[in-house]
Design a protein. Sequence first.
Length: 242
Amino acid sequence: MHVVVFTGGQAPLPNDTVFYFAHTPKIDYIIAADEGLDTLEAYRHFYGTTHNFRPDYILGDMDSLKDESLLKKYASVHTEIYNTEKDYTDTELAIQKAESLGLNRRRGDMITLIGGSGGLSDHFLGIYDMFSTDCHADVWLCGRQALCFLDEGYGLRVSHIRPDQRISIARPTSSYSDGKIYTEGLEWESPLFRKSGMPSISNKISKEYYEKGKKLVFRVEKGRFIVFLPLSAYVEHVILPA
């Protein structure tokens, strides 16, 4: 199952996500959170019939929605309107809704979150903080990067990376010095990573791996990590053997 969540804030241009959606599982459900409905509509116009970018669920307090006529356009869609004075952000509510649809990551189910960068810094940090919980996106497309969450026992194989593109690795906010990640194909490999804070910032593919067209490998042996990749990267999520 693949659930795509559109939220408010800055999002990648639809044209910049063509490669991503061409190489991820088909979309089963789409959830629009508040201003994310505006972004979803832009994607719907761009992709046309290539992907069915039509909301299955709309939710939020709608205080940031620019085109309120969209609520009438999608009047038949299940909609949940919340009070602005609430304990959870619209993004959190949308991810909770996605999780409630019966996701099973051991069989490859995933959540893609689109938007949420720029604008309000507290909201950006709130989304990032979700990686410290069991309710989170698996891939977050924001700005010109894809943030890929990796739990213990999971890995990534990555291709379509150029030497001029940055690759960074971070820990979630719940952990400043915990965890162990193994890498292959980077200019500066995991034994050189910082033991606390952000393990590796602005890393890159090694000359050997680039020239031979070999895939980068990321493997989390303990804890949780977030890998920052360019939107143009081809990412394969891998479940590691027990």
